[in-house]
Design a protein around this ligand. Sequence first.
Ligand code: TYM
Length: 330
Amino acid sequence: RPRVLSGIQPTADSFHLGNYLGALRNWVAMQDTHDAFYCVVDLHAITVDHDPKLLRKRSRIAAAQLLAVGIDPARSTLFVQSQVPEHPMLSWILECHTGFGEAGRMTQFKDKSAKNERVSVGLFTYPILQAADILLYRADAVPVGEDQRQHLELSRDLAQRFNTKYGNVFTVPEAHIIKATGTIQDLTEPARKMSKSNSQPAGIIDLLDDPNRIRKKIKSAVTDTGREIVFDPENKPGVSNLLTIYSSLTETSIEELQNRYADSGYGDFKKDLAEIVADFCAPIAQRTKSYLDDTAELDKILLAGAEKAHSVAAHTLARVYRKMGFREPV
Ligand code: TYM
């Protein structure tokens, strides 16, 4: 079986609909076809200011939510990145094979560093740690949203560079990006992507939001001038984004939705979508809560995941160490 690895940051109290439709939906689907490794990337979460208590809490909530959306610990290895020490160990080695200019071209770094007052070196090397996450497991496929495409290119370049210089160790990973939902836009500013760190609360649907809040947010989503419900991302980004969400949650084609709502205004369309999104999120919130009610069981799942991840990662790292001329880690 080919292998899949992906990661998500525990930087908010809830994942949002963009995370789900852009990435997590594929994580769940790929459990059937791949040997799956999924990771809560808490080491990445400290690249910007963080609160240790909050991070501990959010890592748990993140893991509970992954279970709640359908990650099955019987079929997937679910773990928290900081429990597997090989990630920063490989990251260091990869950093020594990354050009300074190459890292400086990462657009996510440029965006984030322009916004933050205090920019850490860790924020700069963030994509290299991400490459380590992927390469340690020799993953074939990495399901992510569109915003991770450039980071995946870097991971591929680093894998190839290392293999060329030292002999074949790494698999060159491929990004799996869902074309239709690779970028879900902000509900209030549809020209921007829905984002944990940038969006206002009204622009984001959190999976753990309560149903009334969700309905309200959908109903107050920015729509565009005119009244037709047509898919036209360029001229009607707001309506098009809502159509994308509607279509992917109900597995109805955009075309069919355009026909169905040909004679309605935005009001009816949003009212229906509000119910669909609220109904989709409610059971996820429910299941998340019940996983969080039994933290002993949750921690057991994560420990078993970390042990399994560690054995794969240690094996890869030992090969890397030999190639580098290091003694084997003890
Ligand atoms: P993160 O935590 O920001 O986001 C998790 C996943 O959600 C996707 N995503 C979106 N997809 C569609 N529309 C949106 N508006 C949207 N917002 C977020 C992201 O593309 C991502 O797939 N660097 C990664 C975490 C990471 C990782 C890894 C991923 C660390 N190591 C190894 C894959 C493999 C990140 O910040 O994701």
